[in-house]
Design a protein around this ligand. Structure first.
Ligand code: SF4
Ligand code: SF4
Length: 413
């Protein structure tokens, strides 16, 4: 029998409880087992063998964790909560396989031909209006259809960089699975805004899904395989930076060094790769960015958890939006709280996910905004679905889309 392996970093927890008020599940459920502190106790017990890996009560509380990592930002002791959760879920998956729908979805996302067919079916449901119609159904199906129905069309006309713009580094853009499949205009906006600010966009054939959903679910082997393929693809592109417009994907790719730390062949390459990953807002902020007048609107800003907590980025997204020179743009009062999307969470835990979304819907309504900006596909679709089901006309846009439209207007006058 192998000796239990301690959970690295769990002992940093001093049980102070500072994290509890940042935790959306604790604030919603009022149960210590659904707080970061309580979950760390459960994870330590699983690691030292005093609690069975497949203990159903522990599994319930760990499954209910969003992985939003707000607890990491709040923690004064530096507990690496996200890594503890991923390691524990990987151990649990060995004894308690993921549900069949989750396994199917993860396999589809990791297989480009299947992902292309899957997302093209999703786009067809959206284009035919069936997704919007079926979004009125109760339960998972209604939520899934509302997520698909969130309308997303390109509003910017193509434009070219201005003469005299200083040239910057070569950048390869992560296309992603969901982003290219359902929100492709965001990828085009990313490429155009970067090029407009002087970056040279290079292609990187062979790139795949980043593996974030796989790592969060505990499917670490699949996540590692995807990480290796992406490292090889982006290395071959020769790009100085890998630009990512999805907060969740960026957070995962910046941590490929951790994911592949035990892989002798890939660990050094993973470290170099991770140091080159940038959220699109970081690259635009480093370039200025060029300013352009945004459409007059009342804008409410929401901060994706994986941008502010996992990547600890607050200034670059603010600089990107400041380039729009909007006179009425404000953070939502609960901009720092999770919306409840969390990858596949909204489908796996629909009831709790909707309860966590509810205060965000109320603060959007109270803000009087006609548009919400957020830099993560999961948040865009989850908040957008909530608004659709509530009959709201408020739109949800990625910040680079707003900048892209402003550049397009100025360049095409
Ligand atoms: S804030 Fe950090 S040290 Fe304090 S209970 Fe939470 S995880 Fe533990
Ligand atoms: S990751 Fe989010 S939901 Fe999970 S324990 Fe931390 S704050 Fe709570």
């Amino acid at each position: 029998m192998t000796a239990p392996k301690p959970l690295a970093g769990a002992d940093l927890c001093v049980h102070c409880g500072f994290c509890t008020q940042a935790c959306p599940t604790y604030l919603t459920l009022d149960d210590e087992n659904d707080s970061p502190r309580g979950r760390i106790v459960l994870m330590k017990a699983i690691a030292d063998g005093s609690l069975a890996v497949a203990d159903p009560a522990a599994a319930l509380h760990l499954d209910q964790c969003l992985g939003c990592r707000a607890c990491e930002t709040a923690c004064p002791s530096g507990v690496p909560y996200g890594h503890l959760l991923e390691e524990t879920r990987a151990k649990m998956v060995e004894r308690r396989p993921l549900s069949l729908p989750t396994r199917v979805l993860l396999y589809v996302f990791a297989t480009p031909t299947l992902a292309a067919a899957f997302f093209s079916a999703g786009r067809a449901l959206r284009a035919l209006g069936l997704a919007a119609l079926l979004s009125r159904l109760p339960g998972r199906i209604g939520i899934m259809m509302a997520t698909l129905a969130v309308s997303h069309r390109a509003r910017a006309r193509d434009y070219r960089p201005r003469a005299g713009t200083p040239s910057r580094e070569d950048v390869a853009v992560l296309q992603g699975c969901v982003m290219e499949g359902l929100l492709a205009p965001v990828n085009r906006a990313t490429e155009r805004t970067l090029a407009y600010n002087g970056y040279r966009i290079v292609s990187s054939p062979g790139q795949k899904c980043c593996g974030a959903l796989h790592a969060h679910a505990g499917a670490r082997d699949a996540a590692r395989a995807l990480a290796r393929e992406n490292i090889a693809a982006f290395e071959a592109s020769g790009a100085a930076y890998v630009a990512v417009n999805s907060a969740g994907c960026g957070a995962a790719m910046k941590e490929y060094d951790h994911l592949l730390a035990d892989d002798e062949e890939w660990s050094a390459r993973a470290r170099t790769f991770a140091s080159r990953v940038r959220d699109v807002s970081e690259l635009l902020a480093a370039a200025g960015p060029i300013q352009a007048a945004g459409q007059p609107r009342k804008l409410a800003v929401d901060h994706p958890c994986h941008l502010q907590h996992a990547q600890r980025l607050t200034d670059p997204p603010a600089k990107l939006l400041a380039a729009l020179r909007l006179t009425d743009a404000h953070d939502l009062p609960d901009a720092s709280s999770c919306c409840g999307a969390a990858g596949l969470y909204s489908l796996e835990n629909p009831g709790l996910s909707q309860r966590i979304l509810a205060p965000k819907m109320a603060s959007i309504a109270a803000s009087g905004a006609d548009c919400v900006a957020t830099g993560n596909p999961g948040c865009m679709m989850h908040i957008g679905a909530g608004l659709l089901r509530a009959g709201s006309r408020v739109s949800v846009r990625h910040p680079v889309e707003l900048l892209d439209e402003a550049y397009s207007r100025e360049a095409n006058v």
